[in-house]
Design a binder for this molecule. Structure first.
Ligand SMILES: Nc1ncnc2c1ncn2[C@@H]1O[C@H](COP(=O)(O)OP(=O)(O)OP(=O)(O)O)[C@@H](O)[C@H]1O
Length: 603
């Protein structure tokens, strides 16, 4: 059976016109010789690649070489000028090749230019991809060969990253070997630089800033890193995670997240990646694969990977030098010292401070409570509250001068936080079997009340709190099957900010308000507690203002208030039971619950 290469690359739809227009029969661009366009080598989301043969066979020096500008056979990459990648002129990939073409493992581009409707790039002709090799070898690859690929690919990526770029689409189809029957037939190359981005500023050499935009996905679903699925800014760790999946695919012939279809394929694949521990992913393979996988998923956003130590894991599995199925000479050139002692570094915990992140494969739900510094105030909490008891607690609180400041739900029982610090003058609440009770909300809006807290139960009921005395001037809410980042982003542009959110089983309800007293806002979404993202946001002055979680994902909205409080202390707690004793300890330190949620925090 011949399997089609992965066709699930996003952000790379073939353009209708470009895909159907025939490429020219001959081409000559940017001072190149004339080439006759021969057989098609491949087609991707952006371009089509053909063999080009010199129209007049050269006898000049270098003509018999299979690589270099004088070669008789070269590869021609055509991109139609109406294709998505050419909206602003020549393909973006050209600029990346300008910086990287010819470095270790990256083919050299010899000429480029526009011919009629086509942008044409003339580059070294290479041979089959690793995907082709895997497919023609009975959809399998020897462990020796995969280990050589690991060693060489790590050298290529180290060098690639050294130039300040992340590749962004590491997969078997993008690693090519040299042409069969030539001296480079065992040499590994990395192609397709169309999704490459900079991880380092070319001028000041600073690492790019961290961000997460959960609606942005670039890459190939099967091999993408979890961070890429979640729309985090690409950094070196993402290429290495994709390399780990590439190696395991070649070795095992299958990855556990293959076969998902439909609109939420990306979500399901990412969920499965998070739920698959390195142990089970690498079962029956040499320990090097599990060690590599674990090292990779523990990399921080701006951490420099220990390429040499990673390669050293695979080196003993490559077979004797000189008889290796894939050349590992590149690795030598990059100057990797493959000392066994290097391996210890991988195990080392980052200065002992950060705890190792392990995908244990067992999802767990927890209480998430957020505490803010506040001058001493009365705060009260109720948890395990059945529907019939909600009224009693709220009324008693109101009588004592308290209003509801946050609500949540776990196992069909509500949690209510009430305090004297809300600034509200009146409050209404509604317990409904609708998620959310639209008619009731509309009526309260008419009376000048705004939504201030929301919670949903797994069976579909909602607890909505609406208050008077808020600064809000307008509100809008959305209920959605997935975290509606696109909608949030649109509303941000209209001056709305997220002011409350809730989940009901796997559905989300987000409420956004105008005049929320904030100057900036961002969101962190993950299949577990996104500690790294939250810490990075805290460092930039953001504080968590809302949180909600489903059994799959946790979302945090972080904001910068217009008027900064004197004490910006914020702490978060995750506990399997409602943190009743912890809350009292926090109160003693003048820290009060500002948000509460129950849901997925561990995977
Ligand atoms: N220099 C080359 N020599 C031989 N074959 C090549 C060369 N460059 C690309 N190919 C073949 O053409 C295919 C498509 O090329 P490439 O990945 O660069 O195009 P793309 O349109 O950017 O694809 P994608 O959608 O994967 O990004 C490759 O998978 C490979 O099989």
């Amino acid at each position: 059976m011949v399997e089609e290469p992965t066709d699930d690359r996003e952000n790379a739809e073939a353009d209708e016109d470009g895909a159907s227009a025939p490429v020219p029969e001959k081409t000559q661009v940017g001072g190149s010789p004339v080439y006759i366009v021969e057989r098609k080598l491949g087609k991707g989301g952006f371009g089509q690649v053909y063999v080009g043969r010199r129209a007049t066979t050269s006898t000049a020096k270098g003509a018999n070489e299979h690589i270099g500008p004088g070669a008789n056979e070269i590869a021609l990459k055509f991109e139609h000028r109406s294709s998505k990648g050419c909206n602003y002129g020549p393909p973006y990939e050209w600029s990346v090749y300008n910086s990287l073409g010819g470095i270790l493992g990256v083919p050299k581009v010899h000429f480029k230019g526009r011919q009629g409707e086509w942008y044409v790039m003339v580059m070294d002709l290479l041979g089959p991809s690793l995907w082709d090799k895997w497919n023609t070898c009975g959809q399998s690859m020897s462990q020796e060969m995969v280990s050589c690929i690991a060693v060489e690919a790590l050298a290529i990526l180290e060098n690639f990253h050294r130039q300040g770029f992340v590749h962004g689409d590491i997969k078997p189809e993008n690693f090519l070997l040299g042409p069969p029957g030539t001296p480079t037939e065992k040499k590994l190359y990395l192609v397709d630089l169309g999704l490459a981005t900079r991880w380092r500023d070319p001028v000041c050499a600073a690492h790019v800033d961290y961000d997460q935009r959960p609606d942005v996905f670039r890459g190939t679903v099967r091999y993408a890193s979890v961070h890429a699925h979640l729309g985090r800014t690409a950094s070196r760790r993402d290429d290495l995670e994709s390399l780990a999946y590439t190696l395991l695919f070649l070795l095992k012939g299958r990855l556990p997240w293959q076969g998902y279809q439909g609109d939420n394929k990306g979500f399901l694949v990412c969920k499965k990646k998070m739920a698959t521990c390195a142990e089970s992913l690498c079962r029956y393979s040499p320990p090097a694969y599990r060690q590599f996988m674990e090292a990779v998923i523990n990399l921080k956003f701006d951490e420099e990977p220990k390429y040499a130590a990673m390669a050293a894991l695979f080196e003993p599995l490559c077979g004797p030098p000189g008889r290796r199925p894939i050349s590992t000479d590149g690795a030598k050139k990059v100057g990797m010292k493959r000392k066994a002692t290097d391996m210890g570094n991988l195990e080392e915990d980052d200065k002992g401070a950060a705890k190792k992140k392990v995908r244990i494969g067992i999802p767990a739900q927890q209480w998430i409570t957020i505490y803010n510094a506040h001058k001493p105030m009365k705060q009260r909490y109720h948890y395990n509250v059945a529907n019939s008891r909600v009224e009693q607690h709220i009324e008693k609180g109101n009588d004592d001068g308290l209003f509801v400041s946050s609500v949540s739900c776990a196992q069909e029982l509500w949690a209510l936080i009430m305090d004297a610090g809300t600034g509200y003058s009146a409050q209404m609440w509604n317990l409904s079997t609708q998620f959310l009770p639209k008619e009731w909300i509309l009526e309260q809006w008419d009376d000048g009340y705004y939504i201030t807290s929301l919670a949903g139960s797994t069976t579909g009921s909602a607890l909505v709190i609406m208050s008077k005395g808020t600064p809000y001037t307008q509100q809008s809410y959305k209920v959605s099957d997935s975290f509606p980042f696109k909608w949030i982003n649109k509303k941000w542009k209209e001056g709305f900010y997220v002011t409350s959110m809730a989940t009901c089983a796997t559905r989300w309800a987000i409420c956004m308000s105008r005049n929320a007293g904030l100057v900036d806002q961002c969101a962190e979404l993950d299949y577990m507690y996104p500690s790294e993202g939250i810490h990075r946001r805290w460092d930039c002055g953001f504080r968590i203002t809302c949180c909600a979680a489903t059994p799959d994902q946790a979302a945090f909205v972080l904001s910068i208030p217009r008027r900064r409080p004197g004490d910006e202390t914020q702490e978060t707690l995750r506990t399997s039971a409602f943190p009743r004793t912890h809350v009292k300890e926090k109160w003693a330190k003048n820290l009060y619950i500002s948000a509460v949620a129950f849901g997925r925090t561990v995977s």
